[in-house]
Design a protein around this ligand. Structure first.
Ligand code: ADP
Ligand code: 5GP
Length: 217
């Protein structure tokens, strides 16, 4: 485990679903990567999709690549926590995979927009912890988008429009982080994770522990 430096929690725990959303360019990918690098027990959710694998994408690692028929069967069997039709392809979050991870004590990280965040919360209200990431200013957001590899002025303009629409949904989230200085923003995200792990419902040994404390175990 690479969680050196963190106080160890007592007993077994149920993992949590850490749902991160932000307008494109606010730093969601950067902050997610920092969390995944530091915490070996936080895992990125793997979606199923009907789109073709890109070079270097691996089935079961980047996505579960499925045919449209397979995907529709999965919808029929209610195997998704949420799914969406994006750019003519289907994408969805497999339920069994997520639940198994939570039960084994791993946290699952989701990088979804506000609609995905809402759907996940509807399905798993006790497991979802949602965090919205805001840029420090509109100028900073534009500069970050422009600085990204492959960006063009047209792409930046379109992303800025999308960003304004996404930002409007900030009130739906449990937590909001303004990503001003990266290290400080990351510390805020880490504090959310560490304190949410201590929620009573996530500490699985408490019933036994209290029974022992009261001498009727
Ligand atoms: P998103 O996943 O939300 O679209 P990224 O994580 O890809 O955003 O970040 C967009 C760009 O902004 C990247 O080039 C990243 O290095 C940079 N960036 C992220 N956070 C900060 C920050 N706090 N200060 C300055 N630049 C940042
Ligand atoms: P890409 O094909 O570039 O990997 O992803 C395209 C889009 O699909 C992105 O906007 C991504 O956020 C979205 N997406 C990926 N997985 C899921 C999922 O499980 N559910 C939903 N609703 N959208 C997803």
């Amino acid at each position: 485990m690479s969680n050196s430096g963190h106080p160890k929690d007592h007993g077994r725990r149920r993992g949590l679903m850490l749902v991160l959303s932000s307008p494109s360019g606010a730093g969601k990918t950067t902050l997610s990567k920092m969390l995944l690098d530091e915490f070996s027990d936080v895992k990125l959710s793997i979606s199923a999709t009907t789109r073709a694998p890109r070079p270097r994408e691996v089935d079961g690692q980047d996505y579960f690549f499925r045919t449209p028929d397979q995907f529709h069967e999965m919808i029929g069997r209610r195997e998704f926590l949420e799914w969406a039709h994006v750019f003519d392809k289907y994408y969805g979050t497999p339920r069994a995979d997520t639940v198994a991870r939570l039960e084994s004590g791993e946290d699952v990280l989701f990088d979804v927009d506000w609609q995905g965040a809402d759907a996940l919360h509807d399905q798993m209200p006790n497991d979802v912890v949602s965090v919205f990431i805001l840029p420090p200013s509109i100028e900073a957001l534009e500069a970050r988008l422009a600085g990204r590899e492959g960006s063009t002025p047209e792409l930046v303009a379109r992303r800025m429009e999308d960003a304004r629409r996404e930002i409007m949904h900030w009130r739906r989230y449990d937590y909001v982080i303004v990503n001003d200085e990266l290290k400080a923003a990351y510390q805020r995200l880490k504090r959310i994770l560490l304190v949410e792990r201590l929620k009573r419902l996530r500490q699985l040994d408490l019933e036994d522990h209290v029974r022992t404390l009261l001498g009727d175990g």
